[in-house]
Write a protein that binds this ligand. Structure first.
Ligand SMILES: Cc1ncc(COP(=O)(O)O)c(C=O)c1O
Length: 339
């Protein structure tokens, strides 16, 4: 099994090195921002030097409280909310997936405690979540956004794993008020560096003007994002299809249980009684250059369950062949006693 860690496409590597060497002097910021906004169906986009910088700027622009899922999101949400001294409300989920009844409960409770003001248009709170819970199960963004908007709450979708959704259900600015993302490694727009925000509300950037300036993406990164966006759809589709195949085959052919087995995602999370031992053993089997593809749970960014995540998203799409996927299943079968 020849597994390789995801790299930017050859075209993107070439484009970035031309800018780095000074052979290409074009400013790529507005070109990349225009392309990005058209992909997310938003009017405006801004580039940042990392995903966390984009989250910092987005959160800084929110006047009210910050709501986050209790698992399956990104720990930067919590850290940055704390750094900005924001009121933080953790919403119970169904293993990372937003449950509208639980969300409603949290909103009512926070409103009774005066943490959220449901009527003040100038003090809106925001739900921060990732398009895929734990990178493994797509959120119902349309239903979540409809519900949040009825309650005067903004939705900030971290689409690091879902930009370019070919089904138009995720990373879609017709639903989410604000879309943020990392274009670092190994993401769907895989440039090794950078991040972004898109929105229809230009005033949103006004509040974080200084952060936009201090955390601006370099022109090398901007040229990378501009080029790599062309590969996002294909990257995402191949990764999601591979995960759907793996989820079904692991359930059928091994004794492991898969979390969210029918949902689209870009990794596969399997249940085990001994995550420490299984993750150690799988790390020896799945070696990709100097990087790995195994995450041990419980883990806030994945699931708070005894489990191991196979990060298919970390793999170069060139190695997502039928043979390699079948080899992954065969390898897992050897560790069934670790279930
Ligand atoms: C979902 C998600 N959001 C944000 C980030 C942070 O991105 P960056 O490393 O570019 O700051 C990551 C990093 O892995 C992530 O997985």
């Amino acid at each position: 099994m020849n597994l390789k860690f995801k790299k930017p496409s050859k075209e993107t590597q070439m484009a970035m090195s031309m800018v780095a060497s000074g052979e290409d002097n074009q400013d790529y910021h507005s070109l990349a921002e225009e392309k990005l906004a058209s992909i997310t169906n938003h009017r405006y986009a801004k580039l940042f030097n990392s995903g966390n910088s984009a989250i910092l700027a987005a959160m800084n622009s929110i006047d009210g409280a910050i709501l986050i899922p209790d698992q399956g999101a990104w720990n930067g949400f919590k850290q940055i909310a704390n750094f900005l001294n924001k009121d933080l409300i953790t919403v119970k989920t169904n293993k990372g997936l937003i449950d509208l009844d639980e969300l409603n409960e949290s909103i009512i409770l926070s409103s009774e405690e005066d943490i959220i003001d449901l009527d003040d248009e100038n003090n809106k709170s925001a739900l921060f979540l990732t398009s895929f819970a734990a990178y493994t199960a797509e959120q119902d963004m349309k239903a979540i956004c409809d519900f949040a908007h009825k309650n005067n709450i903004l939705v900030v979708e971290d689409a690091s794993g879902a930009i370019g959704d070919y089904e138009n259900r995720l990373a879609n600015g017709n639903y989410s008020d604000i879309i943020i993302g990392s274009t670092g490694s190994p993401k769907i727009v895989n440039v090794e560096d950078g991040g972004f925000i898109t929105t229809n509300d230009e005033g949103f950037f006004e509040k974080s003007k200084l952060l936009l300036k201090t955390n601006k993406a370099s022109n090398i990164t901007a040229s990378g994002i501009y080029n790599e966006l062309d590969f996002a759809k294909d990257n995402l589709k191949k990764t999601v299809d591979s995960c759907l195949y793996l989820k079904e085959a692991i359930e059928e052919k091994t004794s492991f249980n898969v979390f969210h087995k029918d949902k689209r995602g870009i990794n596969v999370i399997i249940e085990t009684d001994d995550p420490k031992s299984l993750s150690y053993k799988l790390r020896q089997e799945f070696v990709l250059d100097s990087h790995g593809m195994i995450t041990k749970c419980p883990n806030y960014n994945r699931l708070k369950e005894k489990a191991v995540a196979l990060e298919i998203k970390n793999l170069d799409i060139g190695c997502l062949s039928q043979d390699n996927l079948d080899e992954i299943i065969k390898t897992l079968k050897c560790f069934e006693d670790e279930k």
